[in-house]
Design a protein around this ligand. Structure first.
Ligand SMILES: Nc1ncnc2c1ncn2[C@@H]1O[C@H](COP(=O)(O)OP(=O)(O)OP(=O)(O)O)[C@@H](O)[C@H]1O
Length: 559
C-alpha cells in the first residue's frame, strides 16, 4: 500500500486545491443525497399523518417542498462541479506523472535501461499510468467522503431520531462496508494482478509478433506466436471473469447490508413510534436516510477490481518517479579534455572474467584513436565505459583530469556524443531526427552537418529536410541511416566523440570522405572509435588492439 500512498501524494502535489474542492463537493453530494431522502421521508409521512388527523390544512408544505427542490438541484450542481474539478485535476496530474516517469526511466543506470525492453517501457508509460487514474477519483476521494457522510448521517440520526438508529446506521453502513472492502480487496488483488499481467503480456506479445512477423513466417513460427498471444488473451479473460464475480458478490453483500440496515431502522423506528418515544415522521427520516447511504458505499464495488492493478502499477513506477527528485550531482571538468583510461578492465553481466587485459590509453583533443580487436573482444563495451555508462571492474577513467564518475551527467550529455552500432532514428522528418541533438539548429546548420557526412545530395534528391522517415527511421538505406546518425552527433558539437564502427555499410571511398568530414567539422574534438575497416584504422592517429583475456569464460563456455 505504501507505493499507492506515494503516488497519491505525487498526484495531489500541485492539484491540492482542486482535489480538496472535489472532496468537499463529493461530501456535499452525499450529504445532500442523505438529507434529500431523509427529508422526503419525513415530509411524506408527516403530511400523511397531518391529513389523517384532519390537520392537513395547517401543515406547511411549502418550506419542506422548497427544501427538497433545493437539495435536488444543489446535489446535481455539486456533482457537476466535483466532476469538473477532480477529473481535470486528475488529467493534469497524470500527464505530469507520465513526464516524470519518462525522465526517471531515462535517468536509470544504463544496465537497467539495457534490460528494459521497448514493450515493458511502453507498458510503464501507458498501462501503468492509466491504472493510477482511479487512485484519487475512485479510491481515496469516495472512500474519505463515504466514511465522513456515514459518520455525519449517523450523528444526525442519533440527534434527530434516536441514538439506536444512529448506531445501526454507523455499524451497518460504515463498519460493515469497510470490513467488506478489506476482505474483498484481499481477494481481488491477486486476481486483478493476474488480469493486468495477462493484459501486459498480451500487448508485449502482440508487439513482438508484429515486429518479427516476417521472420516468424519464414521459420514457420507464426502459429506458435499467435498461440502465445491467444493464451495471454484467454488468461486475461479468465482473470476478468474472476474480478467480475468478486465485484458482483461484493455488490450483493453491500445490497444485503444496506437492506438489513434499512429494515432494522424501520423496525426500531416503528417500535419507538409505537411506544410514543418519536413521531412516525421522525422514524421515516431514519429509514430513508439509511436508504440514501447506498450511494456512499457503492464506490467500494467499483474500486475492488482495480485495487490490485493500482498497487502493482504504483510499485512498478514509484522508484522511477521518486528518483527524479534526487538532483543530479557532479561537476564539470575544467582542464583540457584529455580522455585517459588507466588499467581498465570490464566484466559484463553474467560473465566471471574480464573481457580484455587491463587497458591504458589517452585520447587528446584533436586526436583520433581506433580501437581494434576481434568481434566480441569488448570494443563497444569500452566505448560505453568511456561515456560513463558502464563502470570498469578495475582501473580508472578520467576526463580532463577528473574521475568520470564525478563528472555531472548534464555536462556529459552536452559535451560527449556517442554513435552506437545500432543507431536510433525516429519516425518523422530528417530535420526532426537531426534536431533531437540540437533543437534550436537552423536549416543552414542542418545542411552543414549533412554535407560533412556526404548525405546532403541524397537528402536533396529525396525532397530535402522534410523527407519523412518511417518507424525507427525506415526509408533510408543502412549506410544512409548511419550517416544521418553521425550528422546528428556532429550537431551536438561534442568535445569527445565516441563512434562504434562509424562507416559500417559504406563503400570505401565514401567511408574515407565521411571520416574526413567528421574530423573537419570537429577539429578540436577527441575521437575514440571502435574500428574494423581499414579506412577507419588508416584515418586514426593511433590504433590500439584489445587483447581478449585468455581461456574460456565459465558462463560463456559450452560443453
Ligand atoms: N548487455 C550485455 N550484457 C552482457 N554481456 C554483453 C552485453 N552486451 C555485450 N555483451 C558481451 O560482451 C562481449 C563484448 O561485446 P562488445 O559488443 O563490446 O564487443 P565488440 O568488440 O564491440 O564486438 P563487435 O566487433 O562484434 O561489435 C561479448 O562477449 C558480448 O556477448
Amino acid at each position: 500500500m505504501r507505493p499507492l500512498v506515494s503516488i497519491a501524494t505525487l498526484l495531489l502535489a500541485g492539484e491540492r486545491r482542486a482535489f480538496v474542492t472535489g472532496l468537499a463537493l463529493t461530501l456535499t453530494v452525499l450529504v445532500m443525497g442523505a438529507a434529500l431522502l431523509g427529508l422526503s421521508g419525513w415530509f411524506i409521512t408527516a403530511a400523511a399523518a397531518a391529513g389523517l388527523t384532519g390537520l392537513g390544512i395547517l401543515f406547511n408544505v411549502f418550506v419542506p417542498s422548497a427544501l427538497v427542490r433545493l437539495l435536488a438541484l444543489g446535489r446535481t450542481a455539486a456533482r457537476y462541479g466535483e466532476r469538473i474539478s477532480t477529473h481535470d485535476a486528475t488529467l493534469r496530474a497524470l500527464s505530469r506523472l507520465r513526464v516524470r516517469l519518462l525522465e526517471g526511466l531515462l535517468r536509470a543506470p544504463y544496465r537497467q535501461l539495457e534490460r528494459l525492453r521497448a514493450n515493458a517501457f511502453l507498458n510503464r508509460v501507458t498501462a501503468d499510468v492509466e491504472a493510477l487514474d482511479g487512485v484519487l477519483l475512485r479510491l481515496i476521494l469516495p472512500g474519505l467522503a463515504g466514511l465522513a457522510v456515514v459518520g455525519l448521517t449517523a450523528l444526525a440520526l442519533a440527534l434527530l431520531v434516536h441514538p439506536a438508529v444512529g448506531l445501526v446506521v454507523a455499524l451497518g453502513q460504515g463498519v460493515l462496508p469497510t470490513l467488506l472492502f478489506l476482505i474483498g480487496q484481499g481477494r481481488a488483488r491477486p486476481v486483478s494482478r493476474r488480469a493486468e499481467a495477462a493484459m501486459q503480456a498480451l500487448r508485449s506479445r502482440l508487439i513482438d509478433l508484429i515486429a518479427a512477423r516476417s521472420d516468424l513466417a519464414m521459420f514457420g513460427q507464426l502459429p506458435a506466436a499467435i498461440f502465445h498471444v491467444n493464451d495471454a488473451a484467454i488468461r486475461h479473460g479468465m482473470a476478468r471473469a474472476g474480478l467480475d464475480q468478486i465485484e458482483r458478490r461484493t455488490g450483493f453483500a453491500l445490497d444485503l447490508t444496506g437492506t438489513a440496515v434499512t429494515a432494522l431502522a424501520l423496525a426500531i423506528g416503528g417500535s419507538l413510534a409505537q411506544a410514543g418515544a418519536i413521531t412516525p415522521a421522525q422514524a421515516a427520516i431514519g429509514i430513508f436516510a439509511s436508504l440514501a447511504l447506498g450511494e456512499a458505499t457503492a464506490p467500494i464495488r467499483r474500486a475492488l477490481p482495480e485495487i490490485g492493478r493500482m498497487v502493482q502499477a504504483a510499485s512498478r513506477i514509484t522508484p522511477a518517479v521518486t528518483a527524479v527528485t534526487a538532483p543530479a550531482t557532479g561537476r564539470a571538468p575544467t582542464a583540457s579534455l584529455l580522455l585517459r583510461l588507466e588499467g581498465v578492465t570490464v566484466v559484463r553481466d553474467g560473465a566471471e572474467r574480464p573481457l580484455f587485459d587491463p587497458l591504458s590509453l589517452d585520447v587528446a583533443p584533436g586526436e583520433t584513436v581506433a580501437l581494434t580487436g576481434p568481434s566480441g573482444s569488448g570494443k563497444s563495451t569500452l566505448l560505453l565505459v568511456a561515456r560513463g555508462l558502464l563502470t570498469p571492474a578495475t582501473g580508472r577513467v578520467t576526463l580532463g583530469g577528473m574521475l568520470l564518475a564525478d563528472v555531472s551527467p548534464d555536462w556529459l550529455r552536452d559535451h560527449v556524443a556517442m554513435v552506437p552500432q545500432r543507431q536510433a532514428l525516429i519516425a518523422g522528418s530528417v530535420a526532426e531526427n537531426l534536431r533531437l541533438a540540437a533543437p534550436g539548429a537552423d536549416e543552414t546548420t542542418l545542411w552543414q552537418a549533412l554535407r560533412a557526412v556526404q548525405l546532403a545530395d541524397t537528402i536533396t534528391a529525396r525532397g530535402g529536410l522534410s523527407l519523412r522517415l518511417g518507424f525507427r527511421g525506415t526509408g533510408l538505406s543502412g549506410g544512409e541511416g548511419r550517416r544521418l546518425a553521425l550528422a546528428r552527433a556532429l550537431l551536438c558539437k561534442p568535445d569527445l566523440l565516441l563512434l562504434d564502427e562509424p562507416t559500417e555499410g559504406l563503400d570505401g571511398p565514401t567511408a574515407t570522405q565521411v571520416l574526413h568530414g567528421l574530423r573537419a567539422a570537429l577539429p578540436g574534438a577527441a575521437i575514440l572509435m571502435a574500428a574494423h575497416r581499414p579506412e577507419e584504422i588508416a584515418l586514426a592517429d593511433r590504433s590500439l588492439s584489445l587483447r581478449p583475456v585468455a581461456g574460456p569464460d565459465k558462463n560463456n563456455s559450452h560443453p
